[in-house]
Ligand binder design. Structure first.
Ligand SMILES: Nc1ncnc2c1ncn2[C@@H]1O[C@H](COP(=O)(O)OP(=O)(O)O)[C@@H](O)[C@H]1O
Ligand SMILES: [Mg+2]
Length: 262
């Protein structure tokens, strides 16, 4: 185990803002999903997260968004403690999440989906929500699809809409949970370019199985297993670490390794 308590991304750089998690613990009965997890991500930085199925990656996002309450630990965003707040209050303070399986309101237009996220997520007035929704569609390249029912979008465009819904909520921190899943290689490339464009101004945490996608965007990568942070390091060093090789090649076999790593 190394680098688990050392400085993370931008720690101490309070002027740039960001997310700082310390001593985060959570268990469901005998299952430990977070065991003293610590991380920090400054605005404009991306922390990649990898780990085998069941490692506690999505649970980490549940704890940050407030969908699940931590047993112990601190979650601060731009210096404000979030732990006592529910999911809606955290969303209003700037915590947003994009899911692997896009679940838009299929019968509503792309614009209406972004508008709903701006209205309910960020708690904006009608006029501010409309402006925020349009801005999110423009930033994700979806403005030409604004009137298209979300259910008719291609998978890549539905992934873009997931990001647009996150952006429409005016996030300070954006949590991406395996958003590249199911895309072809050229589509993954387009998604990576989009995430790179969004990165300035946001603290990003990206859980992703597709190693090349993560390595193109992440400044650092942390490895989770059984709720424990095994290490955090620069992308190349993390991906080629003994810990990652052992987890993916030794114990689980190559079939479960992040794509492009085996
Ligand atoms: N609400 C819950 N109640 C009970 N067990 C849960 C709950 N959420 C997650 N788990 C369990 O916690 C472990 C970690 O899950 P998860 O964080 O989704 O893993 P990952 O995203 O790394 O694949 C799994 O064993 C899962 O079944
Ligand atoms: Mg998961």
């Amino acid at each position: 185990m190394r680098n688990t308590t050392g400085p993370g991304l931008g720690e101490g750089d309070t002027a740039s803002g960001g997310l700082v998690v310390r001593g985060l613990c959570k268990r469901y009965g005998a299952i430990v999903v977070a065991d003293q997890v610590a991380l920090s991500v400054a605005r404009g930085q991306c922390l990649g997260v990898i780990g085998p199925n069941g490692a506690g990656k999505s649970s980490l996002f549940n704890l940050i968004t407030g969908v699940a309450r931590a047993d112990a630990g601190s979650i601060r965003l731009d210096g404000v403690e979030l732990s006592g707040l529910g999911p809606a209050a955290r969303a209003r303070r700037g915590v947003a999440r994009a899911f692997q399986i896009p679940q838009p309101f299929a019968h509503l237009s792309t614009y209406e989906n972004a508008l709903a996220a701006a209205s309910f997520g960020a708690g904006l007035s009608a006029a501010a929500a409309a402006a925020q929704a349009w801005d999110a569609l423009e930033r994700t390249g979806l403005a030409p699809r604004a009137r298209t029912p979300a259910g008719q979008l291609t998978l890549l465009d539905r992934k873009r809409l997931e990001l647009a819904k996150g952006l429409a909520a005016r996030p300070r921190v954006l949590l991406l949970d395996e958003i590249a899943g199911g895309l072809t290689e050229p589509e993954v490339h387009q998604l990576v370019e989009l995430v790179q464009r969004l990165k300035p101004g946001l603290a990003l945490i990206w859980i992703e199985h597709i190693a090349q996608a993560l390595m193109a965007v992440a400044d650092r990568i942390m490895v989770l297993n059984f709720g424990c942070k095994l290490l955090e390091d620069r992308p190349q060093a993390a991906m080629h670490s003994r810990e990652v090789q052992e987890i993916y090649m030794g114990v689980l076999g190559e079939s479960e390794a992040p794509h492009g790593l085996a």
